[in-house]
Write a new protein. Structure first.
Length: 393
């Protein structure tokens, strides 16, 4: 049975994948500077006999050509780390001070390398092609957009793409996948409120931007209400309120920063317009001025419904159907996988990476994050099975 072969090939490469993952974890590199990481990936792929091509500076892609020139499915891994000082104590802790694989991209890389190992061995059974994508700079820099613009989804043209993110909120052996919205589109905003400085003992002679800012933040809370059906998948959060430096001086300005998270461009526009209206009203009433800037981030990740059905069918060949979670709410986190799934049909799923022996949840982007390496083999098997099923359907 082909699934047995997938599991066997995954098992035979597992120890090496763990070693590679630990080497990448030991030497984390930030976006567009993943030089050592890229070199390790290239060496592994070339050892498999694959031609490797560069994209986006440190990104790579390679294609496993099957016996027929049929459909092409892509499997994507992100390879960059975060500017976080690691606080773990194990042997392969980060040697690059102030940098850490706190988001599990070292595991993602190992999984797609493992899928390459499996699918190369199944090449004679493939009625199409599998494109392996190793992308730099997912963490806020949009490396996926650069990869797409440089043609990573062409030659051969990709028909569908799959991606995964490890999740410490889910036990190893479980996955989560859903149709439709999966991860939100972020917009970052910055507001400056300009009043008139003065002595704290004579507030009547000043225009206090702090009180204006406080009123604005309070009113912002009413734009997105949890029970407002049309906005239930939206968030507006003020994360920064900077003003003043002395006990007895009213400052002349306040800076507010924050984020808007939505799955719909029209809702995002409504929120921004509502913010602008509040800013105008509050500053005009107080005799102040304001500047408002909002920069849109990644598009939302929206899964293709039919592809999710096909993915679930493949995953059920690897893990128990009861271990496939399909009813989780979409995440308000962001992911640049959306640049691929805007162009071709895509499915993005979450791979449980919390050991069942560990009741403590240490979340992504924590200085003490670590994944259960047993999830790597499950990820390899599910991605390999899906790729095989898609191009042989």
């Amino acid at each position: 049975m082909l699934t047995d072969k997938i599991k066997s090939y995954s098992e035979e490469v597992f120890d090496r994948l763990v070693s590679i993952r630990r080497e990448i974890h030991k030497y984390p590199e930030l976006g567009f500077n993943e030089i050592k990481t890229s070199g390790l990936i290239r060496s592994f792929l070339e050892e498999l006999g694959l031609d490797v091509y560069g994209f986006a500076g440190t990104g790579l892609a390679a294609t496993i050509n099957g016996k027929d020139n049929g459909k092409t499915v892509a499997i994507r891994a992100d390879i960059d780390a975060l500017p976080i000082k690691e606080e773990n104590m194990f042997e392969f802790v980060s040697r690059n001070v102030g940098k850490m694989h706190a988001c599990g991209h070292d595991g993602h890389t190992a999984i797609v390398l493992g899928a390459a190992h499996v699918l190369v061995r199944l090449r004679d059974f493939l009625n199409g092609n599998v494109k392996l994508i190793f992308q730099p700079a997912e963490e806020g820099l949009g490396g996926a957009e650069v990869m797409v613009n440089e043609g990573v989804l062409d030659n051969p043209k990709v028909d569908a793409i799959i991606g995964a993110h490890v999740s410490p909120l889910i036990n190893t052996g479980f996955i989560s996948v859903r149709k439709g919205p999966v991860m939100a589109s972020p917009s970052e905003f910055e507001i400056e409120i300009v009043g008139k400085s003065g002595h704290a003992a004579q507030p009547e002679n000043a225009v206090n931007p702090i009180t204006i800012g406080a009123a604005i933040v309070d009113r912002f809370r009413n734009i997105v209400k949890p029970n407002h059906n049309s906005l239930k998948q939206a968030i507006l959060t003020v994360t920064c309120f900077n003003a003043g430096s002395a006990f007895n001086i009213i400052p002349d300005s306040v800076t507010l920063k924050g984020t808007i998270r939505t799955f719909d461009a029209d809702i995002c526009k409504y929120i921004k317009d509502s913010m602008e209206e509040i800013l105008k009203e509050e500053t005009q009433k107080a005799g102040a001025l304001y500047k408002f800037q909002a920069n849109d981030g990644y598009p939302p990740v929206i899964n293709d419904d039919l592809l999710v059905d096909r993915f679930i069918g493949s995953a059920e060949k690897i893990i128990n159907a009861k271990n496939i979670i399909t009813n989780q709410e979409p995440s308000m986190l962001a992911e640049d996988f959306s640049y691929y799934s805007k162009v071709v049909s895509g499915t993005y799923f979450h791979l449980g990476c919390r050991s069942q022996m560990n009741s403590e949840v240490i979340n992504l982007h924590s200085s003490k994050f670590n994944l259960d390496e047993n999830c790597i083999k499950i990820g390899v098997e599910i991605m390999s099975q899906f790729a095989f099923d898609f191009i042989n359907a």
